[in-house]
Design a protein around this ligand. Sequence first.
Ligand code: KIV
Length: 274
Amino acid sequence: MTPESPAVGTAKRVRIHHIAQAKREGTPITMLTAYDALTAPLFEAAGIDMLLIGDSIGNVMLGYSTTLPVTLEDIERATAAVARSTSRPMIVADLPFGSYESDVTAAFNASSRLMKAGAHAVKLEGGAHRADLIRHLTTNGIPVVAHIGYTPQSENTLGGPRMQGRGDAADRLSADVCALEEAGAFAIVFEMVPDSIATRLTAQTSMATIGIGAGPHTDGQVLVWSDMAGMSEWTPSFVRRFRELGVELQGATRDYIAAVRSREFPAKGQFAAE
Ligand code: KIV
């Protein structure tokens, strides 16, 4: 499928230099989560720049209440499905909880599996304390997207989803951004960070900043696709529901059930008479 009007400067595969160029030129970068070969091509056809195989797959697709149970195999299979079914967006795969924190070898081994599955970059959560790990990955050929602010894998130490970076904590985020940039990350997700802090950090760094619940002044935006498409029962306050696909799908299912029960389906032309 050919993407509708790609904004980030290429009709071919989006690569890290396109992301850097978009930041320099002030072109907003668009990212959505994707988990399968059914929906990823639709996002590509609409012109999305980056697809994130997020560990939100745990909540969205696998029925968990947190991202913590998600395994490397879960992300690996989803990454392969998205890679097989798309050709333009940059594919970023999340390193799931427990797959990378212990040491650089664990991080490299997990990342290389995701790259072999078709990812073009990996994302991992955490601030300055992840710098050595990121340096190891980037010097060994693996582009890294960092992720600070509210980091769901640490929800138990952060006390659940809540704004990060207020007051003195803003200086810590600023130090994190410096360390992660110096370590070689090419982009960074800011999740649930006040707009004023996200704006300041975006101006401070050469990394492309991608916000979720971080205001309109980051270099790009990311949302969990099922949230923005109205597939979730509840959505956080920073999400806009651009359509109500859940209602549509339920309506289609209701119509199907009614048509089968009334024997109106299958109708003439939908079956062979002999
Ligand atoms: O897993 C995910 O979907 C994410 C986004 C919320 C940034 O990390």
